[in-house]
Design a protein around this ligand. Structure first.
Ligand code: ADP
Ligand code: MG
Length: 475
């Protein structure tokens, strides 16, 4: 990118697109990004109407159903002039390097302010080892190893199961089915298994592929009437891993194919590892016979990371990035960003990039709040005191009226204190402002905050409630 573009206040549409791409890649992961989003390009922008070209009609439709909402939302936020976004079929421009590393995906103010030097960008490129002769294989991220996976209460079972599969010569359970919400480490564990096995025994064929790519390849095989070769490829592997199988929802033909592949691999004693965003029983749009197959091995979930684990992960990632992360900044981030490790990591990378680009700038709390202000504002904006009162009341099964009333019974007073505490933590409202919402003065709020802080140390169930509420409020 030309340097003047960075300093120019009106960042060009193609630069904006790169930023949008960077964000999409962070949200959806490298594999999905490479398969569906990277091939898109801006075809035209005129009078607020943007046309985005996809290389084939199939891809265009896929993007419309799966990604267009997100693309709209991200772009509208970047550029309010955009009134309409259309997706059209247009052959891709000559293979251009995608320049969407995360540095470009930050807010545009970062792009405008910092001088552009190519070196720091390199620092963060994820070197991807593509698996040489294996056409089926998706890219593995070399950083996704067991050693780099921080284990805590919420993921220890999934971690132990994954290790067991990786280390066992025979098959401990089949399939291993991992599930969790987004950004909690499923892909990380799957890559770890694949890399571990490949290293321990290079003769074993391991195939790791996202369900999206499985689907895409299958559709292509159908189109080119090449399904036999397709089937054969999958049926000759030793370990088959398919990530994000929820993508197969309602794709009956692909599910059938998957079902047969699955059965034949299991019958011939090959290991299968799968992941999804829900447990097999809760997956919508998946045929029952497949669901029961998915349930037939070991099902392990990863719960959202608790505060301790989030803190541990931040320190580990900071170490890997080679940055010094002060404790108060780590605690601040772990506190604020609790729903996804991916987001947590994204925020760390942004502040790391910022401090390294402006060399000599150490990471401080002020700087963190400044660099992440858009992100923090959007977390804050979502969380209003009203919303907190509503969610907390719901959680404890009382009414908002009761919460605001003068009743002092424990079953009402405790939720009230929790709501006050969360209001202090999650919004930028002052103590008197919070007090007014509860018909109390600021000293009551202060007392409530202290009380909850005390209970958080003594009482594990308090920690659990606060964590659950925090997540409910973030989503
Ligand atoms: P998922 O596949 O569940 O959506 P990922 O495996 O892609 O999530 O994880 C998102 C990011 O969070 C990755 O960068 C991953 O390395 C990181 N991550 C998640 N859990 C952990 C963990 N326990 N230790 C270290 N990093 C983690
Ligand atoms: Mg994943």
């Amino acid at each position: 990118m030309a340097e003047e573009a960075i300093y120019n206040d009106s960042i060009s549409i193609s630069d904006q697109w790169e930023e949008v791409c960077g964000q999409l890649r962070m949200e959806f992961g490298q594999t999905a990004f490479d398969s569906w989003l990277k091939p898109l390009s801006v075809a035209s922008f005129d009078n607020g109407v943007m046309n985005i070209g996809a290389p084939t009609a199939f891809m265009k439709n896929w993007v419309i159903t799966h990604y267009s909402d997100r693309i709209h939302r991200i772009w509208e936020r970047k550029n309010p002039e955009i009134k309409q976004i259309n997706f059209i079929v247009k052959s891709a421009p000559a293979a251009e390097e995608s320049a969407s590393s995360f540095i470009r995906s930050g807010d545009s103010s970062l792009l405008k302010r910092v001088p552009w030097t190519p070196t720091p960008q390199k620092m963060y490129e994820v070197p991807s080892v593509n698996n040489d002769n294996d056409a089926l294989m998706s890219k593995l991220n070399p950083a996704f190893t067991f050693e780099n996976f921080v284990v805590g209460k919420t993921n220890e079972f999934a971690y132990a199961a994954a290790r067991k599969v990786a280390e066992s010569k025979n098959i401990p359970f089949n399939p291993l089915f991992l599930y969790s919400g987004v950004g909690l480490g499923k892909t990380h564990l799957m890559h770890s298994i694949a890399q571990f096995i490949k290293k321990a025994d290079p003769t074993r064929t391991v195939v790791y592929i996202s369900a999206e790519q499985f689907l895409y390849k299958f559709v292509n095989a159908l189109r080119y009437k090449d399904t036999d070769a397709f089937k054969e490829q999958f049926r000759t592997v030793d370990v088959l891993m398919i990530d994000d199988v929820q993508f197969l929802a309602n794709k009956t033909k692909t599910q059938d194919e998957f079902f047969y592949t699955f059965n034949s691999l299991i019958e011939s004693g090959k290991q299968i590892v799968l992941s999804a965003d829900k447990s097999p029983n809760d997956l919508d749009g998946i045929e029952n016979r497949l669901k029961s197959r998915l349930n037939s091995g070991l099902v392990a979930d990863i719960m959202p990371a608790d505060f301790e684990l989030r803190l541990g992960i931040l320190h580990k990632k900071a170490e890997q990035l080679g940055v010094t992360l002060p404790n108060n900044v780590a605690e601040f981030l772990a506190q604020k960003i609790s729903s996804s490790i991916r987001e947590l990591e994204g925020s760390l990378k942004r502040i790391a990039a910022h401090s390294q680009l402006l060399s000599g700038h150490e990471i401080t709390l002020d700087m963190t709040q400044d660099v992440l202000k858009d992100m923090l504002r959007s977390i804050d904006r979502k969380t209003t005191i009203d919303e907190i009162q509503k969610k907390v009341a719901e959680y404890f099964n009382i009414s908002v009226k009761e919460m605001q009333s003068s009743r002092r019974a424990r079953n009402v007073a405790r939720p009230r204190q929790i709501a006050m505490y969360l209001a202090k933590q999650l919004t930028s409202r002052s103590l008197p402002e919070i007090g007014r919402k509860f018909d109390r003065d600021h000293t009551t709020v202060m007392h409530a905050v202290r009380k909850v802080e005390e209970l958080l140390i003594e009482d594990a169930s308090m920690t659990e409630s606060i964590e659950a509420l925090r997540r409910a409020l973030e989503n």
